[in-house]
Design a protein around this ligand. Structure first.
Ligand code: ASP
Length: 443
């Protein structure tokens, strides 16, 4: 029988009412067998996430204080959920152990992970599922950065452990180092846990339940009520996420992508909405929109250089690239002309290397070099543009009608995206006009 991994974010488990929605979603489909909870999130705008309360608790101890006061508020949140759900469950013993560990200065990651841990125990009790502590199956190896996820060890351990459990709750966000010390992923890491579990149990689907009805085709702070993307490929998602569109933790893509498991982004507060399907390959049919989504980022700079005869000078680009490598400089794009070359990089990178122009002058001796700041890059992404005529023409005419000058143009060789660089002051206008041309005209 098919099996799904279902991950619920913090807002989906913020209080007892949300827990009831989660239970009804899980019980409405018997394939939803492995559940990954986040810690309780915000119940209202000014509320504090339990994870943040735990970090505060940890800070209180490291600053020489005691954790009791902060921890009391955390225990009250969990007890409130237990009481509202009328569960026959007490976490008093768990609280005592955690407080003791806090006083003994257990690490910051240990502190943060207790939100998922306690929420997992409550959810398992409420659903009647087994509770599987992530510290027993998600492993990190020691590394200079303080711990690196160990995919192979984890996969073997999780597969063996979950083979024995038909229905289980595995808390998100953390695992353990070889000596048992708790280690977390970066913030939002429960998404990553869901993906790792999906790979381990060879899930047919990874459902990621959150508080939006899918991945939006543009930033809702710029475009009014943008459409929800129904189907997106992993490659498109990567392009859009890189350019600032966020819905999932970046690292959650890799385990499921390799195993070709689709992800379905769903809304706990609107379970009837189909959400967004993230797939390995989408069938090419006439319904594929030309553009899947538009995203962009500000704060880029362009270094433009000109050199007579650059075209014939063997090694010009190599000298620039070797320089960047030796300085640890990461760049974004390198559009070039016959005697010209531009390098687009984030302004923060240039600020970290104030002597970069001098160094380029030394190694490449261009006739002219200048830097322009205040550039934003916009990616127009869509698997549907491949071998379809006119996409670039529509992009350029949309921007020209909006009286926007294009400073940089780049198209990936896979014909999956067109990237344009424009002045930051034109950013919002450009996104709106591109959205209007591609998304509104195709509805
Ligand atoms: N609770 C953690 C956080 O707030 C992890 C997660 O929610 O995915 O970042």
């Amino acid at each position: 029988m098919a099996k799904y991994v279902v991950k619920f974010g913090g807002s989906s488990l913020a209080d007892a009412e949300q827990f009831r929605k989660v239970k009804s979603i899980i019980e409405s489909d018997g394939k939803r067998r492995y559940v990954i909870p986040s810690a309780p999130g915000k119940r209202f705008g000014a509320d504090t996430k339990v994870t943040d309360m735990l970090y505060d608790c940890y800070d209180a101890v490291t600053n020489g204080g005691t954790p009791e006061k902060e921890f009391k508020a955390i225990a009250e949140r969990f007890d409130g959920i237990i009481n509202d759900l009328r569960l026959d469950l007490s976490l008093e013993n768990e609280y005592a152990v955690i407080l003791e560990n806090f006083k003994n200065k257990a690490g910051r990651d240990y502190a943060a992970s207790r939100g998922e841990y306690l929420n997992g125990i409550i959810l398992a009790n409420f659903l009647g599922f087994a509770f599987v502590d992530a510290a027993k199956a998600i492993f990190f190896r020691n590394s200079e950065s303080g711990g690196e996820f160990d995919a192979d060890l984890t996969n073997a351990a999780l597969t063996a452990l979950l083979e024995k459990e038909r229905y289980a709750v595995i808390p998100g966000f953390y695992g353990a180092l070889p000596d048992g010390t708790i280690k977390t992923f970066s913030r939002g890491g429960s998404d990553v846990t869901g993906s790792i579990v999906a790979r381990a149990i060879k899930a047919n689907l990874y459902e990621n339940w959150t508080d939006v009805s899918g991945f939006l085709a543009a930033d809702p702070r710029i475009v009014d009520e943008p459409k929800v993307i129904r189907v997106i490929t992993y490659r498109e998602l990567r392009e859009l996420s890189y350019m600032g569109a966020t819905v999932l933790h970046e690292d959650s893509i890799f385990p499921v992508r390799a195993a070709k498991i689709p992800i379905n982004i769903r809304n706990t507060n609107e379970p009837s909405a189909p959400g967004t399907m993230i797939v390995h390959d989408a069938p090419e049919d006439g319904d594929t929109p030309v553009i899947t989504g538009i995203a962009g980022r500000k704060n880029f700079s362009v270094i433009s250089m000109e050199k007579d005869g650059m075209n014939n000078e063997v090694g010009f680009l190599r000298r620039i690239l070797t320089l960047f490598e030796s300085q640890g400089i990461n760049f974004e794009h390198i559009p070039s002309g016959i005697d010209t070359l531009s390098v687009v990089l984030s302004t923060a990178v240039i600020e970290k290397h104030p002597n970069i122009i001098e160094l380029i002058n030394q190694v490449a001796r261009p006739n002219h070099i200048e830097v322009e700041h205040g550039i934003s890059m916009i990616a127009i992404v869509g698997r549907g543009m491949k071998e379809r005529r006119g996409t670039a023409a529509r992009i350029f005419s949309a921007l020209s009608h909006a009286r926007i000058n294009i400073r940089v143009i780049d198209q990936g060789s896979s014909e999956l995206n067109v990237i344009v660089g424009i002045k930051e002051s034109d950013f919002e206008k450009a996104i709106k006009s591109l959205y209007d041309v591609f998304m509104l005209s195709e509805s």
